[in-house]
Design a protein around this ligand. Sequence first.
Ligand SMILES: Cc1cc2nc3c(=O)[nH]c(=O)nc-3n(C[C@H](O)[C@H](O)[C@H](O)COP(=O)(O)OP(=O)(O)OC[C@H]3O[C@@H](n4cnc5c(N)ncnc54)[C@H](O)[C@@H]3O)c2cc1C
Length: 409
Amino acid sequence: MGSYPEISFDNTEFAFEHKSDKELKKARFLFSTMSRQWLVKLGTRLTPWAIKSGIPINGLIRNTIFLQFVGGETLGETAVVAKKLKEYNVQVILDYGVEGGDDGENGFDHATKEFIRVIEYAATQSNIPFMSIKVTGFARFTLLEKLDHMMNHNSGTLMKRYLKAIDDLQPDEREEWHRVRRRMMSICETAAEKKVSVLVDAEETWIQDPVDALTILMMDAFNKEKVIVYNTIQLYRHDRLQFLKDSWAAAEERKFILGAKLVRGAYMEKERKRASENNYPSPIQADKDATDRDYNESLDFSIDHIDRIAVIVASHNEYSNLLATRLLREKNLPLNHPHVHFSQLYGMSDNITFNLAHAGCSVSKYLPFGPIKDVIPYLMRRAQENTSVKGQTGRELGLIKREMKRRHE
Ligand SMILES: Cc1cc2nc3c(=O)[nH]c(=O)nc-3n(C[C@H](O)[C@H](O)[C@H](O)COP(=O)(O)OP(=O)(O)OC[C@H]3O[C@@H](n4cnc5c(N)ncnc54)[C@H](O)[C@@H]3O)c2cc1C
């Protein structure tokens, strides 16, 4: 116990060691701009429209929000960022940013090939142990939505509801779903062969049940000895702590390691709006305290069952990150336990990432890359998440200003 370093997220020197004065100034400008709610509201509405209409705003995006939150447009550009992070013992979750493409079968096959290319690249790098995928990158959103809807009308366990829904699909849609499964299978097979882990992102609740079922089937197939596949659990949903426990019970029964990336959840407004418009109870917790309580309880549960669960603390919440380190210490487990990993989004909470790395934790940045038009939905979520001066933006700005002051005193 005595060998545990004291962890604090206040050290801005460690946090921003990797940034020049010029880069810090750019970040300060961006976070100040994003603190203007009206501007972000306008920007998040106009930008996707402007891109679609061919209005030349790519240069502006590339030099501002893209630069802050994205690794690059290509793998080559992103490799430069990944190498820089390696110098500070920070690992990378590589994310090819395509989502909800609905590009048709050719688009889905192309995205699958890209995911495989990312895995093959990651395998050649010592600090890229993970890559992330979105099932909407290689499956038709409306098919996922239909399956989810059918599953919700079936009874029994998740897997029973899933199998019955597949059976009830029209033959051409069943064939289409088999192609989705084959795409997922080929991604996971390559990942297992190359020893790179695949994190399956969670998206909207109305497509999540088939994504969960598919991911659990992959964990059952690939996670027997090593954890190759991770599911994402959104604790802003009031049913997810129980879902974590049910997933653990399935892992116990089927003898696989449960990969659990714990997040709070990124689609809160959209979820609440849809629930109220369609007159069904919101799947989201009543308030932030309830989300925090379930998030922290999930951490506790995961570390309590660390032999069977590999957990990723995917959060910018200082308390949750510290809690995870405290729980490890209490159980006399090393900070770099192979079943515990920490991660923050690239461009956010460097104070957490770099201070955890300094303390010897296994920690990464979630680093998306891709053509500007493909990463727009991701960037719009980051802009929305960073509008509150009281919340994340306030924290980021405060830290950047403190570091600038420290450097020039
Ligand atoms: C590595 C990584 C991977 C991620 N992958 C995914 C993913 O696959 N899917 C996904 O959805 N998100 C993902 N996220 C984003 C994540 O869900 C959160 O949006 C983001 O991290 C903010 O939560 P927090 O824990 O960092 O911090 P905090 O700032 O403590 O929490 C903010 C979050 O709390 C919740 N919240 C805020 N207000 C309320 C309220 N009134 N009632 C209930 N809940 C509230 C919301 O989820 C909000 O985003 C990922 C994040 C990281 C770091």
